[in-house]
Design a protein around this ligand. Structure first.
Ligand code: FAD
Length: 377
């Protein structure tokens, strides 16, 4: 067991706040510094899968999430243009009792912040943290955790810099009025797809992805005209077009692939979440991986002196994250099949699997969703 450490975390996002709670609950003194003047304003819906829920349960937050989230009961795949159902993944019947939840990012952040503060964490807004300069030691602290997201400054110090590349895909996100059963729907068509699910409070989250050669900026907060979104999916079923007709405001961003960091730590600083491994949104795992990182880092720090703990954390996480990033990229390919005969055949196979072995598609992801929080302790 390590002595109590003084830790600063850069970034009050999902990963930073979860790590703060886990570390404070095991006796460390933790300050979270967030550069934004207010916490949790950005974002829309997030799906928390069973691996993320296992971490939220382990840090005592799952109960507080329940009233502000919906428990997902199924994922349904559709052919986008015709609207015909291809496959239904029944999370209640075939999810091994595991729990999926749909939540607005702002609500999740509120719950995490409250839990962190209850555990004794100080959260300071409007404070930008600079990484540790070359060769310097941290003044007054034992560890700086870079949970500072996609454009992490801490990563720029810890890992060798490489440029992300544009995947030739752009994504829109929007919130519309609407409800319905707590089911995530994926509507797939040539070179594009739409994901939608309800959120509490009579809202529905919509994320739409289109392949295109033109460049779009990276970042979640660039407004686009809803007419562009409607135009991109004009060939989709009335159900999807109906959602898009209801969009008053939408955001557009370019999807870039970033290399998973080779090195996650250096002396007294360590990376976590998007700072180490921004992930394309095709498996809904960015936030879930940040939660897993938070748990694994706090467990590693609790089990030995610092440099060894940080090395162990990287070893435990890197291979798994690489596998998730690859699985997300493969989903993009499968969703966007362009050749009509290939699409027909692929959808036919999925329908057959759904009819004869409906539990199988979820079983393929046992390695992901069955994350065991006791294992890392
Ligand atoms: P972030 O949540 O980005 O937090 C980083 C924080 O650090 C920010 O608050 C930022 O202001 C702050 N910061 C930055 N620099 C500094 C600094 N120098 N000093 C202090 N503070 C700083 N993931 C899922 O698991 N499921 C989903 O369904 C899902 N859906 C998504 C849908 C969309 C449209 C998008 C864009 C992403 C989605 N993701 C999803 C991904 C997920 O949101 C991210 O992977 C996740 O938020 C990463 O968490 P994080 O804590 O690493 O970083």
């Amino acid at each position: 067991m390590t002595d109590s450490l003084n830790i600063t975390i850069a970034g009050a996002g999902i990963g930073g706040l979860a790590a703060a709670t886990a570390l404070a609950r095991t006796g460390h003194s933790v300050v979270v510094a967030e550069r934004a003047p207010k916490i949790g304003e950005v974002g829309a819906g997030i799906q928390i899968s069973p691996n993320g829920m296992a971490v939220l349960r382990a840090i005592g937050v799952a109960g507080d999430l329940e009233p502000v989230s919906l428990k997902g009961t199924a994922v349904r795949l559709f052919d986008g243009p015709s609207g015909r159902e291809i496959l239904k993944l029944d999370l209640e019947k075939h999810g091994h009792g595991l729990e999926w939840r749909f939540v607005h990012r702002a609500r999740l952040i509120e719950v995490l912040k409250a839990a962190a503060e209850t555990a004794g964490v100080r959260v300071e807004t409007g404070r930008e943290v600079a990484p540790l300069p070359e060769g310097a030691a941290l003044p007054g602290d034992d560890l700086l955790i870079g949970a500072d997201g996609l454009h992490s400054k801490v990563r720029a110090r810890v890992d060798e810099a490489t440029k992300p590349f544009f995947t030739k895909q752009v994504a829109w996100r929007a919130l519309i009025p609407g409800d319905g059963p707590p089911v995530a729907e994926v509507h797939m068509g040539p070179g594009r797809h739409v994901v939608s699910y309800p959120l509490p409070g009579g809202l529905r989250n919509v994320v739409a992805v289109e392949e295109r050669s033109g460049w779009a900026e990276e970042g979640w907060s660039h407004n686009d005209h809803p007419g562009n979104l409607r135009g991109a999916f004009a060939g989709f079923s009335p159900r999807v077009r109906g959602w898009l007709e209801a969009v008053d405001e939408c955001f557009l961003w370019g999807l870039f692939r970033h290399r998973v960091a080779d090195r996650w730590w250096d002396r007294q600083q360590v990376l976590l979440g998007d700072a180490a491994h921004p992930t394309l949104p095709f498996l809904a795992q960015g936030a879930n991986m940040a939660l897993e990182d938070a748990w694994a880092l706090s467990a590693a720090i609790g089990s030995g002196p610092l440099p060894e703990a940080l090395a162990r954390y990287q070893d435990q996480r890197r291979e798994r994250v690489l596998r998730v990033v690859e699985a997300a990229t493969a989903n993009a390919r499968n969703y966007h099949l362009k050749s009509a005969p290939v699409r027909l055949a692929a959808h036919g196979i999925l329908r057959l699997v759904g009819a004869v072995a409906p539990a199988q598609p979820l079983r393929r992801f046992d390695w992901l969703y069955g994350y065991d929080v006791t294992r890392e302790e």
